[in-house]
Design a protein. Sequence first.
Length: 381
Amino acid sequence: MTEFNSKLNSDEVIATDLFSDKASLLIAVEQDGWALKSASLELRADKEVVLAAVKQRGGVLYYASENLKLDKEVVLAAIKQNMLAWSFVNDNLMSDRKFMLEIIKEHPDALYFASQELRADREFVLTAIKRDGMALEFVSDELKNDREIVISAVKQRGGAFVFASYNLRSDNDFVLSIVKHSAYAFRFAKDELKSNRSFVLKVLERAGRALEYVSSELRADKEVVLVAVKQHRWAFEYASDELKADKELVLAALKFDGVILKYVSDELKSDPEVVLAAVKNHRWALEYASDELRVNPEFVLQCASESIYTLEYASEQLKANKSFALAVVALNGRGLEFLSEAMRADKEIALLAITHYPRAFEYISGALQSDPILIELSTHK
């Protein structure tokens, strides 16, 4: 309302002389809807004029006649231009079910402006929350305790659970049904549920990422964390710092997905055994290893033997080292793709790569692609 009020009190925007000529006013409001402020009472009741004005500035519905504040076409145009126009809509229109349904299909948050009767209308409310679950904030208390209504809202927006009744947010069975649709919804469950170990385990079996919202004590519980990670690999992000540095637990977690390496302690990111275990389960896990390991030729080759794609995250220094490059293409000619431009322009390296993998020809530099020896070698199956 700040913008509207500043306009309302400004003498600089529109001249104070009243417009009484319709043609002149139409030109004015099409350029700036605030010109309606200076219209005569007769023209403020003219639908053509007001419609043109609200399409340009929805907030000028304030200056329209009371009859036009009841006109569905005018009000709809004003609201589409600026939701602040709701402040000036006639109360009778806010109780018009058909009109309000048309509005909430495009603007679900308009439920805030609906009459108390409509906010308690189950069918009407479902229409709104299926388009924006957060509209649950504006429904009647009775419907905030309606299981179907709340589930529909959470399916659309997990955060909508914050507006559910305390009764539903405290209901074990209902919370379990909710987290299947949104792990985020567990954030708004009753606090006692977040520290109940047996209940939390059931939640995490359905939504591992809900680990973010459980008690700090349970985020330091090995079994709890592994259950969460088994259900969702990214859940390890929310394990306690102590567990992120626990090698035994980390190795167990990496069996589910090597990308978990992203969240382990810095010390373990420098541990060859841990990183290799990660690479075995995720070919790009080397991305999260320490710089020390990514520049180590023997270790990176060991990782490349598990997956050649690991080389994408080897250090740039290593990718430009000829001895390392020769070892890579001897292992797998496909590795030529990940080496530096200078290495891909080296004929010795190219020959070795294509010998092992004829399709490596597509990775050599442009200058070498006209070399008849390499061309002939690449055509051999």
